[in-house]
Design a protein around this ligand. Structure first.
Ligand code: GLA
Length: 800
């Protein structure tokens, strides 16, 4: 719910457990007052410290410039005294850089409007409420009314506040939009800038959100990484000065992630304050936290101002992307569950949103470029026999590509490798009862390609400068509409040529040589954002024209794993690192924000191609189970004892898919922190069922069985705790197959639990058949000791 207290000029946005409050000074400067646990009162204007004058004692009046450097401006601007990081910067036609924004009006309405051309959270019922009626618009002239104005959320699950501010000198209007959700503790913010003046202006910076936190002893949590080492959780103390995470690579990137959280010192999974921001955007971004001279902390997030300059003609507007804000008073776990819930219910869309995704087998690590129809069908046959449901043909099926060096852009099937093209392959794969999916990298072009030979000017490039390659390829200048149109035509032709039900949309390099041969000089700074808008436009068309297509985004692994891409594809390939142990920390960092249902995870062969590590097949299965689940190996060359485990793994995926897709996530222990073991749970929303994954990374001699305190259960309910045994599931499936009763992996409820976990190991508890939730959570269970490194346990917990 959102309300405006007209007597005190205070806006308050409430979610189920949080409040976000800001108010107006007498001069109409909006200032941030509070973000935290829910409070009822709105009369909090005293916290703006309007009467404090941090000035030399001799100066008695409050001076504007000095005050701005201290005031918690809701949306700080450049050039007028606030020397901390601002959110908006402009350059006028006179070359001057200053902007003073004052409140002019606001409106509050039920629901949420889409952001044109951009991904954003949505509300199912909003369409019916998308036109706010004019009578809910309030202007400065109405500030003296004595009422508290609120939004009627009707059937919507959120309400929105739009605050319009204006700079008198340029006529620029800035509309700050806030949406408060009713069903999840999240607030989203976005910004639209409108040129209401008579002259053009250059926007040199338009960030999307700003948060002030008045709490000392803060740490900053970010998710830096690298290729094959994405989203590693990092915490650092916030001293005076700033901590920055950013990308100017044209993608949200492997190296940094568009996420930043301020957390109180000693914050854990279950305790401490967390103020988090995640950016719904896939290109350049800046997130910055700074502690100022008065121990005030400001955190901002938005499109990176480097290489950004957008010319706004009179009457034009610019829409900045959305940032998501989450506050938790119970540590990181509660923050995670808020993000998961928001993204599951208000970001991911389409046919596959709530559907179990098919178990796929991808040929990349199986064959790399070296495959033909016969090889693919051999893989498909063996896969189908074991319950795998989709074959994905990865890189190398088009042009004359047999290595990284050629053919990107020539999206015609190489009939030497695949005679009869995808039409024949799809028919044969469908005959096996499987679906067919393909890999595409539509944003790229190889120098050695017909497309590049015909249109060398279509690559991003700067006048007179030699283009730089990365992975032997150039980036197509999608900011040019004719290039984007051509690319879409190619995609549509391939997908219309056969029964292709899945696309892995890859993007394998950063943007460099960012220049455009058609835009004027003063619009070259728009290219990076225009490029991103074009990618979104292509994926939007794709998902509309092929509504049942399962789209999986990818970017050399997880280089564009962000909420922006998640709006178009319900799953994203998490990392090219398929090593089950390295994956633990990559997936932990990813799961910190993103629901398990969207995290691409596959079982691959050992020794692992990236690390050379050998882990049990069962462990690889259990680790991939906490994602979309699939295989990335040559099943025809797999040892029988591994092949035989596949039907059981597929059965487990089907059995637990509802929990993995919809369950609430609880992190119990992190291998990244303790260097010995990893443990987490997913719990059904009604707390009747849970799955606990335990991975013993390193074994120890002469040590006790480990006590694990479960999380998220109903303390008063009673539960059974059983170990899920892959061996027994496999044996059961083989028995069924032998008895001709059911196909391997068929049905969604093939379940075979191993022994009662506590009964096996808990001594005096052995007689018990069930355990109180309180006992499981506060006292814990004992995890059976197991010999060997890289061993796993899966516990199935059910309410009795
Ligand atoms: C990227 C992807 C891989 C694979 C290769 C193919 O690296 O992340 O999964 O598709 O491209 O070139």
């Amino acid at each position: 719910m959102i309300c405006y207290d007209e007597a005190h000029h205070i806006f308050k946005l409430d979610t189920p457990n949080t409040s976000y409050v800001f108010g107006l000074t007498d001069e109409s400067y909006p200032g941030q007052i509070y973000y935290g646990k829910k409070i009822k009162d709105t009369d909090l204007g005293y916290l703006l410290r309007e009467d404090e004058r941090p000035q030399p004692p001799s100066i008695l009046r409050r001076e504007k410039a000095g005050y701005f450097d201290f005031y918690p401006m809701e949306y700080p601007s450049v050039g007028i005294g606030d020397a901390r990081e601002s959110c908006i910067g402009i350059r006028t036609m006179d070359g001057q850089e200053g902007l003073e924004l004052r409140y002019r009006s606001h409106r509050i309405y039920a629901g949420k409007r889409p952001l044109e051309g951009l991904p954003a959270t949505w509300d199912a019922a909003s369409a019916a409420h998308s036109d706010a009626s004019s009578d809910d618009v309030h202007t400065t002239g109405q500030k003296d009314k004595e009422a508290v104005q609120t939004a009627q959320t009707a059937s919507c699950s959120c309400s929105t506040l739009e605050v319009t501010m204006e700079d008198e000198v340029t006529g620029l209007q800035v509309v700050l939009s806030y949406t408060a959700f009713e069903d999840v503790d999240a607030i989203t913010r976005s910004v639209r800038v409108e040129n209401g003046g008579e002259r053009s202006v250059y926007l040199t910076k338009v960030l999307s959100a700003c948060l002030h936190v008045e709490q000392e002893n803060l740490e900053v949590l970010t998710l830096p990484g690298s290729w094959s080492r994405e989203r590693q959780i990092q915490r650092q103390k916030l001293g005076y000065g700033s901590v920055v995470t950013e990308s100017i690579r044209g993608i949200s990137s492997h190296q940094d992630h568009p996420f930043m959280a301020l957390v109180t010192e000693n914050c854990t999974q279950t305790t401490g304050d967390v103020y988090a921001m995640n950016f719904v955007y896939s290109g350049n971004f800046l997130a910055k936290a700074m502690r100022d001279q008065f121990d005030q902390t400001r955190m901002v997030m938005g499109i990176h101002p480097d290489r950004f300059c957008w010319k706004l003609e009179p009457g034009e507007s610019f829409q900045a992307p959305e940032a998501v804000l989450v506050y938790s008073d119970e540590g990181l776990g509660k923050m995670t569950r808020a993000f998961h819930r928001l993204y599951r219910n208000h970001l991911i869309r389409g046919y596959w949103k709530d559907r179990r995704r098919p178990v796929l087998i991808n040929n990349w690590e199986a064959t790399y470029f070296n495959f033909d129809t016969e090889k693919l069908l051999a893989i498909a046959r063996e896969a189908a026999e074991r319950g795998i449901e989709m074959l994905v043909v990865d890189d190398g099926w088009f042009g004359y590509r047999s290595n990284d060096d050629s053919s990107l852009g020539d999206w015609q099937v190489n009939e030497k490798k695949l005679p009869g093209g995808f039409t024949y392959l799809a028919q044969e794969v469908n005959k096996l009862g499987m679906k067919l999916g393909i890999w595409l990298e539509p944003e790229m072009v190889s120098e050695d390609s017909n497309l590049y030979r015909e249109h060398p000017d279509w690559a991003l490039q700067m006048n007179g400068r030699e283009l730089g390659q990365a992975r032997a390829q150039y980036v197509l200048d999608l900011s040019r509409p004719e290039v984007a149109e051509y690319v879409y035509g190619m995609i549509r032709d391939v997908l219309s040529s056969a029964n292709i039900e899945y696309v892995k949309w890859d993007m394998n390099r950063l943007l460099s040589d960012v220049g455009n041969l058609t835009l004027p000089a003063d619009r070259q700074g728009e290219i990076m954002h225009r490029y991103m808008l074009a990618v979104y436009g292509l994926q939007d068309r794709l998902t509309k024209d092929f509504p049942q297509l399962l789209l999986e985004n990818c970017c050399s692994g997880g280089g564009r794993f962000d909420p922006g891409m998640l709006y178009y594809s319900p799953q994203i390939w998490c990392s090219d690192d398929t090593d089950a142990i390295e994956r633990l920390s990559i997936q932990e960092g990813t799961q910190l924000l993103y629901p398990l249902s969207c995290i691409g995870a596959h079982v691959s062969i050992c020794p692992n191609h990236g690390t050379g590590r050998v882990t049990p097949f069962e462990t690889r299965g259990v680790v991939a189970l906490s994602g979309t689940f699939g295989y990335e190996l040559d099943i025809t060359r797999l040892p029988d004892e591994e092949k035989d485990q596949i039907p059981g793994q597929v059965a487990h995926y089907k059995q637990f898919s509802h929990l993995i897709r919809n369950g609430e996530y609880y992190r119990i222990a992190s291998w990244r922190e303790n260097h010995l073991y990893d443990c987490f749970m997913v719990v059904s929303e009604d707390r009747t069922e849970a799955l606990c994954t335990y991975v013993q990374v390193l074994s120890q001699i002469n040590y006790k069985s480990r006590r694990i305190r479960l999380l998220g259960l109903d303390p008063d309910a009673y539960y059974s705790v059983t170990e899920v045994s892959l061996a027994e599931t496999c044996a059961e499936i083989q028995g069924q197959t032998a008895g001709n009763e059911a196909a391997a992996g068929g049905g969604d409820s093939t379940e075979r639990d191993g022994g009662d976990i506590a009964a096996a190991d808990c001594g005096s508890a052995a007689a018990k058949k069930c355990y109180q939730g309180a006992a499981l959570m506060y006292a814990g269970i004992l995890m059976p000791r197991v010999m060997g490194d890289f061993q796993t346990r899966l516990l199935h917990i059910r309410k009795i």
